[in-house]
Ligand binder design. Structure first.
Ligand code: 13P
Ligand code: SF4
Length: 300
């Protein structure tokens, strides 16, 4: 029996479902029951019949699924698949920041630990940050953690100032406006889509600033046939599958998130065989963090 058949057989035996983020390697996306961006995956996690969720993504995503499903088993096939941005602020650091700005509401990017979510008023994703932030009164100070770029982008869209935490995504940090100018020269017919985790000069030089799911929808609906994609290159797999007649060119071929690439088919099989690595969140933290996540799902 080949690896994929073994996974399917064990998935059935364990009553498991496989969720994968858009940055996972192609083979993992192909065997997943559902592939999506952070918001789509969080929504999907509220609507799962299976007893076991195998989460092919990074730690905070599996943690979010565990918080939303306290009675299910959530497995992360590589326990070291973390998100460096999420680890750039701790619960203690956020508590200190809140003490300095007692009137502020806290918006936290879903790329954060459960402890940080528990200390926040509402979570946001890259596709919902603007819409959710808009629902907070204009005179209300807003602390935005941990991504300074998504925070700055959201504040810019609303023409207001946020108290930003200096976190960033190491993968998007190295996209540059010069790469966009060069790509436009080589492909003048292309539209440039970038992720809001990108630095401001990159966002300013792009045609559209979108979440990974937003890029997929945009590419499907746009009359344009060629796109320069400014995000982690794993997304090109889904883009190409959904729009096979269109051309997708990575803005930077080296925009690879090493953590998103830690999971492969062998590790998924191991995960289902040994029922490892189980992701759990202490109840007191999970109960508080769930409120911030549920508010995000209601507002976004
Ligand atoms: P989205 O897929 O929600 O746009 O998030 C991108 C990302 O960096 C996830 O870690
Ligand atoms: Fe974290 Fe960036 Fe990797 Fe997303 S792409 S998991 S934000 S390091």
């Amino acid at each position: 029996m080949n690896l994929i058949d073994k996974i399917y057989r064990l998935k059935k035996e364990r009553n498991a479902t496989i969720l994968a983020h858009n940055y996972q390697i192609g083979e993992v996306q192909d065997i997943a029951d559902f592939t999506g961006d952070s918001l789509e995956l969080a929504r999907k996690a509220t609507d799962i019949d299976a007893e076991v969720i195998v989460f092919c993504g990074v730690h905070f995503m599996a943690e979010t699924a565990a918080i939303l499903n306290p009675n299910k088993t959530v497995l992360l096939p590589d326990r070291d698949a973390g998100c460096p941005m999420a680890d750039m602020i701790s619960g203690d650091q956020l508590r200190e920041l809140k003490a300095k700005h007692p009137d502020a509401k806290v918006l936290c990017y879903v790329n954060s630990t459960a402890d940080v979510k528990a200390e926040s008023d509402c979570c946001v994703t890259s596709s919902t940050a603007v819409q959710i932030a808009r629902s907070f009164p204009k005179d209300q100070p807003i602390i935005f953690v941990p991504d300074r770029h998504l925070g700055a982008y959201t504040a810019e869209q609303l023409n207001r100032e946020f108290i930003l935490w200096p976190g960033f995504c190491p993968t998007h940090q190295y996209l540059t406006a010069q790469q966009i100018f060069a790509a436009r020269k080589a492909h003048p017919e292309a539209e440039v889509l970038v992720h809001p985790e990108s630095p401001k000069p990159v966002r300013d030089a792009a045609d559209q600033v979108l979440s990974t799911g937003g890029m997929c929808r945009y590419a499907l609906e746009s009359a344009c046939e060629c796109f320069i994609i400014g995000t982690e290159i794993g997304l090109l797999h889904r883009l190409q599958q959904e729009s096979p007649q269109k051309t997708f060119i990575p803005l930077n071929e080296r925009a690879i998130c090493p953590n998103m690439k830690k999971i492969d088919l062998e590790k998924i099989l191991w995960s289902l065989t040994d029922m490892e690595t189980k992701i759990t969140v202490p109840t007191a933290i999970a109960d508080k963090a769930r409120k911030s996540i549920e508010m995000m799902l209601a507002l976004g």
